[in-house]
Design a protein around this ligand. Structure first.
Ligand SMILES: [Zn+2]
Length: 172
């Protein structure tokens, strides 16, 4: 059942009642920017050993590096002082379960022809190889002229069953 606005406001009221972090500075304390899948089972701050105010977390479907992710990374680094980037994809990711054709067909069935036309112009960025998707997105960041070579970029796979993070080594 869909959440109501009242449900959400009630949840927030409980949160705000015990909120004590109102004096955090704007720049991330640990100078990190993390690109992470939007999957509801991933809770990046605790699984990275970080807390509120420590890092930027840029999330989308798959944790894919798009033009808009580069936009956020450039703002994070140039204006807010971050000096390292990580990319985190994860086991059992939904992006492994469909193709562009699959989602475009679903959109046509559910929403009709004009939606299909719009969807046909979007790459939904699904992938078939988890480690390779991490390598591709790390490479997309390092290849951007907006990301200087002095910024290290590391790739990881998070295991949704164990909570463990494993490094993905760059391709040789
Ligand atoms: Zn995912």
């Amino acid at each position: 059942m869909a959440m109501s606005v009242n449900d959400l406001l009630a949840g927030n009221k409980a949160y705000a009642a015990s909120f004590t972090e109102g004096a955090l500075p704007l720049p991330p304390a640990r100078k990190l920017a993390a690109v992470v899948c939007m999957d509801a089972r991933l809770d990046p701050l605790p699984f990275l050993g970080l807390r509120l105010g420590d890092t930027h977390v840029i999330r989308n479907a798959g944790g894919r590096v798009t033009e808009d992710v580069i936009r956020s990374l450039a703002i994070s680094e140039r204006l807010l002082g971050t000096d390292a980037i990580i990319v985190v994809h994860h086991t059992d990711c939904g992006m492994l379960t469909f193709t562009n054709d699959d989602i475009r067909q679903k959109i046509q069935t559910d929403l009709g022809d004009s939606a299909y036309q719009a969807a046909s112009r979007i790459d939904f960025l699904p992938f078939t190889n988890l480690a390779q998707s991490v390598r591709d997105d790390v490479a997309a960041i390092t290849a951007s002229p907006l990301i200087p070579k002095s910024i290290p970029v590391y790739g990881f796979i998070y295991d949704v069953h164990t909570g463990e993070l494993s490094p993905v080594e760059p391709a040789a």
